[in-house]
Design a protein around this ligand. Structure first.
Ligand SMILES: CC(C)(COP(=O)([O-])OP(=O)([O-])OC[C@H]1O[C@@H](n2cnc3c(N)ncnc32)[C@H](O)[C@@H]1OP(=O)([O-])[O-])[C@@H](O)C(=O)NCCC(=O)NCCSC(=O)C[C@@](C)(O)CC(=O)[O-]
Length: 279
């Protein structure tokens, strides 16, 4: 089977306070070095303080994987219902503000991970749940999923990057319509809009499709995958074409001295599958 349980060495009594809670987010590493981050906080994967701390921790622990998949143990019901509105009701305005900063930062940290991240969405992904998925590099979605940003119905705005990432992905007009109406798109519509990169309509599970995609990526040169993610992200930061091409030059300079580059050439010459070691 795919999964190998990752054993975490927790330093004696120095366990963070949130570790004493039931795990809400966990992670495992597969034999092909794919990091699987599982959201598992029934009934809705609502994002509260503990959830956020655990998500941050699991993301960090998977940084050395070749590719990361973010998925929900509550599929096909829910990916995530966004911010924990029950916890929010107990917060002062200052606490709510601090939490949203933390959430926004964590979602950005997901986007900044040096390796490709795939969100496998099967179920409802709304509010912060969709914003988390929008910060992934790729989104695989089931036809039965429902996604949207309902924040304005709660008299707030998307606070975890949704007002920025959604228009960049699907265009300003469509993003405005979704944010101002709170309408939920089906998985099919989300794929048509370009919000998801892959639609799963058949019997194959969304996670299986994401896993196949991740395995395809994991076979490529790891330094090249990381350098190209960095190059794309840097180049998309409103850079002039001149600066953007300089970014690409720097990314290329990272792969040029690697053994993997020579291994790729040797494998091509010998007609065999390359064995990349990330060196
Ligand atoms: C998820 C479905 C589709 C399930 O829909 P369903 O299957 O019909 O089940 P349900 O509606 O009965 O919900 C099941 C349980 O999940 C709970 N639940 C559900 N959502 C939440 C939530 N967010 N926070 C806390 N609890 C939640 C809900 O209260 C209920 O708890 P129970 O009554 O069994 O104890 C439905 O419940 C739903 O649509 N929920 C509303 C989701 C929503 O409005 N999310 C937006 C959150 S705002 C946000 O994310 C803001 C952000 C991140 O951008 C910025 C910020 O932090 O301010």
């Amino acid at each position: 089977m795919y999964l190998i349980r990752v054993t975490r060495l927790l330093a004696g009594n120095k366990r963070p306070r949130w570790f004493s809670s039931e795990p809400q987010v966990t992670s495992t590493l597969t034999s092909s070095e794919i990091g699987l981050i599982t959201l598992n906080h029934p009934p809705a994967n609502a994002m509260g303080r503990v959830f956020l701390q655990q998500l941050k921790h699991e993301m960090k622990s998977m940084e050395d994987a070749r590719c990361i998949i973010l998925h929900s143990a509550l599929a096909p019901k829910v990916f995530s219902a966004g911010a924990d509105l029950k916890e929010r009701a107990t917060m002062t305005m200052e606490e709510a503000e601090a939490f949203v900063v933390q959430l926004r930062t964590t979602v950005q940290e997901l986007s900044d991970l040096p390796v490709p991240v795939i969100a496998a969405i099967d179920g409802v992904a709304v509010g912060g749940g969709l914003e988390l998925a929008l910060a992934a590099d790729l989104r695989v979605i089931s036809a039965r999923s429902k996604v949207g940003l309902p924040e304005t119905s709660l008299a707030i705005v998307p606070g975890a990057g949704g007002t920025q990432r959604l228009p960049r992905l699907i265009g300003e007009g469509r993003a405005k319509e979704l944010i101002w109406t709170g309408r939920r798109l089906s998985g099919v519509e989300a794929a048509e809009y370009g919000l998801a990169t892959r639609l799963v309509e058949n019997e194959e599970s969304t996670l299986e499709t994401a896993m196949k995609l991740a395995e395809e990526i994991a076979k490529k040169g790891p330094v090249a995958i990381r350098a190209s993610k960095w190059s794309i992200h840097e180049g998309m930061k409103e850079a002039s074409m001149e600066n953007a091409l300089e970014v690409e030059r720097q990314a290329y300079a990272r792969v040029l001295p690697t053994k993997d580059r020579l291994e790729g050439l040797a494998a091509f010459r010998e007609g065999r599958t390359p064995n990349y070691r990330g060196e």
